[in-house]
Write a protein that binds this ligand. Structure first.
Ligand code: IVH
Length: 680
């Protein structure tokens, strides 16, 4: 086709199609009043495509047909914002809005302030740079200083003009929010559903996902919208800079940039709260999701005088809507087991659309929480969800209670592995005690077992553990010692050589120390130091296994919580089985004679008491010190750790100061007992 001769009629038709397509986009995304059906839009689009194909000279980079182009990217490049993208201070209560207005009036020294008020769009902040009217750069907010270059994706957003009218400022950075209209979100999810694909939780997440696609063709298929609410860097050129926020938005709208029509200018606090209430009643009927309204002092001169505090302007405030609360029914209370064995009750709910998502589950945190709120299966409950916050059950509506509904009880046995469920003293969380066997804890248990300070099996890291679990090759740490080169080499990305290396490392780990072995078991609260103390104290593993509460309390730094944790771990037969298997597989260490060091926080310390203590008799004080492992001597020497002095002390006090021995009163002694070396 000849490059030159484009018949005038054809050129006119192409120009008309472009103007019409842009106008239809504007009607759909900005005015919320489409004039044509999607099918008609597509027909016009294809007509233009055909003309541009037949007459390449017609093609221009800002044609609606050129929105999707180029290749999928491998990453997004960083973009430094010329003017930082800041955030807004949030308010929830009317009083906070009142305080905002009061501060503004005081700082400006005026009776009443004019405000520009706008919806707070629940989408993603972006910056659009127009140079000489052409859209040249689009970026996400990022950390406010540096965002990501998503120009190719933003070009596919039909609400974003590719070119501004001729009277636009030479440089204009538009700030606004990318979002998905409620109807486009519903259509997207319907399509996802019938294709058997995963549903998006809400329009915001769907928009975020679409914007972060490396392939702009996918972004294009997701139908994003855009609304502007401000500007960043601007060179006004011959354009008169607007003096107010309201005038700025009018100017943007005149440049055919999308601006929400639901904005207004109001006066004083009454105006602010009136707008907040008004939009609140309109919220459900808006074509897009909002999570509040934004108040901005209208005149820019006043905005400048108010300035910024840290990262937020003092001249603007986001007044958020309260978290939505709705009733629904508790269908069941399930118990989930986490990676560390924590049992969490989860309410299964009759699906309810609240706070922009369909809620079907809500965590009930722990047993006490369920009791406190007295949530039972079959109850009607109030569910709340705000923004990105996890949905929660606020309270039970007593009217809905079934007459015989039983109180919630945590199972006595782990739903994953059948091991006993235990709750240590002072802990809110109940846990599965089958640390070595529970599938929910498997990965954690294996990783910990193999870690450097435990059995130190080099090469048995995160990825390999995942593969072993997926292949069903490792259910418990004992299975590790059954692995051969052939089985390992059969795994993905595992060569013969590396498989052999892992087997060698496993082999090497068989010879270990008692302390490492105890630590490797992953008993709750038993860290390296406690493991070493236990190993030293008992000398052999069987002595530790046989130890009762009393015997365990004698170990240095071992308190009641640790004792319960150790006892319950070994009481679980599943765990003992795995330990037996490990030993049968050749895991061994050198056993030693027990070395039972005196226990207690005063172990190794000698005290001397002098004078009359205010509440304790001398014998009581002595008993207290000894109970914590200390010794009480009759005279002060260089070896004395502390002198405890009461009223009318004798020469022992002089001797103490001579030798530089610290002197305590009864209260300080008690404080040491309470806070000194803490025992778990
Ligand atoms: S003005 C100096 N106006 O809210 C701050 N922001 O918390 C300029 N947002 O990331 C922001 N609707 O993306 C402004 N009408 C509106 C808004 C709005 C939503 C978002 C914005 C920003 C966040 C600030």
């Amino acid at each position: 086709m000849a490059k030159t001769a484009v018949p005038a009629k054809i050129a006119q038709r192409a120009a008309k199609l472009r103007t019409d397509l842009d106008a239809h986009n504007y009607r759909y995304y900005v005015e919320d009043a489409p004039l044509v059906s999607d099918a008609e839009y597509d027909r016009l689009f294809r007509e233009l495509q055909a003309l541009e194909r037949d007459y390449p000279a017609l093609s221009t980079p800002d044609s609606p047909t050129q929105r999707v182009g180029g290749q999928a990217a491998t990453q997004f490049d960083p973009v430094t914002h010329r003017v930082p993208m800041l955030s807004l201070n949030n308010a929830f209560a009317d009083e906070e809005a009142e305080a905002f207005d009061r501060r503004a009036r005081a700082a400006l020294g005026v009776e009443e302030v004019d405000y520009a008020v706008e919806p707070k769009f629940d989408g993603l902040a972006v910056s659009l740079v127009y140079e000489r009217g052409q859209f040249t750069l689009g970026a996400t907010r990022g950390d406010g200083n540096t965002g990501e270059n998503v120009t190719a994706n933003l070009r596919t957003v039909r609400a974003i003009p590719m070119r501004l009218p001729a009277d636009a400022p030479p440089l204009l950075e538009v700030r606004g929010e990318v979002l998905m209209l409620k109807r486009d979100f519903a259509a997207l999810n319907a399509a996802q559903g019938s294709a058997g694909e995963k549903l998006f939780v809400n329009p915001r997440n769907a928009a975020a996902g679409a914007l972060r696609q490396l392939d702009p063709a996918i972004t294009a298929s997701r139908r994003l919208a855009f609304f502007s609410y401000g500007v960043g860097a601007v060179e006004w050129g011959s354009v008169t800079p607007p003096a107010t926020q309201d005038a700025l938005l009018k100017l943007l709208a005149a440049l055919r940039l999308p601006v929400a029509s639901q904005r207004s200018v109001v006066r004083g606090l009454e105006g602010l709260l009136g707008y907040y209430r008004f939009i609140g009643t309109k919220r459900d009927k808006l074509p897009f999701q909002i999570d509040g309204v934004v108040y901005k002092v209208n005149p820019f001169a006043q905005q400048e005088r108010l300035g910024f505090v840290s990262r937020a302007p003092r001249f603007a405030l986001a007044h958020k809507f309260p978290a939505e609360e709705l009733p629904t029914q508790v269908l069941a209370i399930d118990v989930q087991v986490g990676r560390t064995g924590a049992l969490t009750p989860v309410a299964r709910l009759k699906p309810v659309f609240v706070g922009g998502v369909t809620v079907v589950n809500a965590t009930l945190h722990n047993e006490d929480e369920v009791r406190r709120k007295d949530i039972r299966v079959g109850d009607t409950v109030i569910v709340r969800r705000a923004g990105d916050v996890i949905p929660e059950v606020v309270r039970v509506l007593p009217e809905g209670r079934q007459p015989n509904a039983p109180q919630f009880e945590l199972p006595k046995r782990c739903p994953e592995c059948g091991s006993k469920v235990v709750r240590l003293p002072d802990e809110a969380i109940a846990r599965c005690s089958g640390g070595l066997v529970c599938p929910a804890q498997r990965k954690q248990a294996l990783l910990h077992f193999a870690s450097r300070r435990a059995m130190d099996i080099e090469g048995l890291g995160d990825k390999l553990v995942d593969q072993l679990i997926d292949a069903g090759l490792a259910h418990t740490p004992a299975d590790i010692y059954m692995l051969g080169v052939a089985a390992l080499a059969a795994l993905d990305r595992m060569a013969e050589k590396s498989a052999a290396n892992v087997v060698t490392a496993i082999d090497k780990s068989r010879a270990t120390t008692l302390a490492r072995f105890i630590y490797a078991l992953g008993i709750r609260h038993v860290g390296e130091t406690t493991a070493a103390d236990l190993a030293q104290h008992f000398g052999t593993f069987d002595a530790l296994l046989a130890a009762d509460e009393h015997a365990l309390l004698e170990v240095r730094d071992v308190g009641p919580v640790l004792v319960q944790s150790i006892l319950q771990f070994f009481a679980e037969a599943h765990n003992r089985d795995v330990i037996a298997q490990l030993r049968a597989a050749g895991v061994h260490w050198t056993e030693t004679a027990p070395r039972r060091e005196p226990a207690g926080k005063f172990a190794g310390l000698t005290f001397v008491i002098t004078g009359t203590l205010p509440t304790f008799s001398r014998d009581d004080a002595k008993a207290l010190i000894e109970e914590h492992g200390g010794k009480v001597a009759g005279s002060v020497s260089k070896k004395t750790a502390y002198v405890i002095a009461g009223a009318e002390p004798g020469s022992k006090l002089d001797k103490a100061s001579e030798l530089g021995v610290p002197v305590l009163d009864e209260q300080q002694l008690m404080a040491m007992v309470a806070h000194g070396r803490i025992k778990r």
